[in-house]
Design a protein around this ligand. Structure first.
Ligand SMILES: *Cc1c(COP(=O)(O)O)cnc(C)c1O
Length: 243
């Protein structure tokens, strides 16, 4: 019986994964982005190992997690998937930074000097530099995560001065907007900042924007990495709380 349920789950993930991938390809063409420019981060938070294995079997390599303990547990449990890539995309408490620094390939949610310093200090010497996106708050007071764009230069200077971090780009989670035009308008200053940053820093190639609800606007606005969970793995069973 368990096997049957797993097969059904795997089939459902297969169908949804194909739909999401095709949708991203279609939007990439529609907004005249180069083929392959927009990558997919499969957000697997709260989802079981079997779901991650199912997506991996379909060719997905990059997975995003929000909760430190869950991310670390999955990292260990799936260590047989050699080229899997783990992205941490959630809020970071300083007492959890070591676990992130020792296991993750990417962190999208760097928005404090203290966290950046700890991640660099705690990154094992045998590991490649930790790929980092600076999280920017582009919708004002509503969000408590992310730095204002006015503080970006200072944070860039800090991150690029730290030996075990590699600055890869910017990430944002804007407040929900009414329509496509409003979504693009919120992204516009971030897109400009990203283009400037990628010209001044050769390591910068990642604009981590776009979720299920605003994929089109994000891809039109220059996203290079969309973060999609529910549309691939189905609804999450439990309401999510920050770890
Ligand atoms: C959960 C989450 C996503 C994916 O959201 P879905 O609604 O499941 O597609 C993307 N980005 C971040 C930062 C998230 O926490």
């Amino acid at each position: 019986m368990t096997i049957e349920i797993n097969n059904e789950e795997t089939d459902a993930i297969g169908v949804r994964f194909t739909q999401v991938s095709q949708h991203i390809e279609q939007l990439t063409r529609q907004y005249q982005r180069a083929a392959g420019d927009v990558k997919l981060l499969a957000v697997s938070k709260t989802k079981p190992l079997s779901s991650i294995r199912a997506a991996y079997a379909l060719g997905q390599k990059a997975f995003g997690e929000n909760y430190v303990q869950e991310a670390v547990d999955k990292y260990h449990a799936l260590s047989d998937l050699t080229d899997i890539e783990w992205h941490f995309i959630g809020p970071i408490q300083s007492n959890k930074s070591r676990a992130i620094a020792e296991t993750m390939d990417w962190v999208h949610s760097v928005d404090r000097e203290k966290i950046a310093r700890r991640l660099s200090e705690q990154r094992g010497a045998s590991l490649p530099p930790l790929n980092v996106c600076i999280q920017v708050n582009i919708s004002g007071e509503e969000s408590k995560s992310g730095i204002p764009l006015a503080e970006l230069d200072a944070m860039v200077a800090l991150v690029t001065s730290l030996p075990n971090l590699s600055l890869r780009g910017l990430m944002a989670i804007p407040a929900p907007q009414e329509n496509h035009a409003a979504q693009c308008a919120v992204y516009a200053p971030l897109t400009q900042a990203f283009l400037a940053l990628s010209q001044s820093h050769t390591s910068v190639d990642t604009l981590s924007i776009g979720m299920s609800g605003d994929l089109a606007a994000a891809i039109e606005s220059g996203s290079t990495l969309v973060r999609v969970g529910t549309a691939i793995f189905g609804e999450r069973a439990h309401p999510v709380n920050a770890s």
